[in-house]
Ligand binder design. Sequence first.
Ligand SMILES: [Zn+2]
Length: 180
Amino acid sequence: MDSNYSPLDQRHARWLNRFSRCLDLHAAQYRIALDGVESKNLALLLTARFDLAHPIVKPHRGRKPNTGRCEPSRGQLIAAYGEGRVTVSEEARGRRYPEHPVVRVGNPTLVGVVSHEIAHCLVNHADGLHTPGHGRVWVARYDEVARVAEIWTRRSSIEPSGDERGNPAMISLRADRVLS
Ligand SMILES: [Zn+2]
């Protein structure tokens, strides 16, 4: 596909343009915003669908809506680096790594950011932490996750608050509605 990727995700455009099979879907998901409750709902629905450990989702008002972060669980770190190195690192930082992955997003955030971060959770679980962060494997996972997210967001009601300046529209993503 040769269409240009949404400027909202320019940092990853090189790999997405090369390997993604649903660029238009990713671009569309960067035009829909979620509040903190909805982003948690979507993340939990997606991780359940892919049989992943539920991440601890932390929406934060101070984070930009188009940025996110996925931190691996302690078990994933041990699988990748060995218990010895993980323990040494924990002693240096003064606390244990969490037992569940942690996903950090803005509040509001974008559907595309949740799909992006859950794709990292899926890569960390299925492919391991040594997989390149935004390479070909991750793009394939991102496509998979985005297609599932699309099914649920299609069933939700999108408020027409997006505007011509490129601000995203808000979505009302209620778990009871999307699962019915
Ligand atoms: Zn990323």
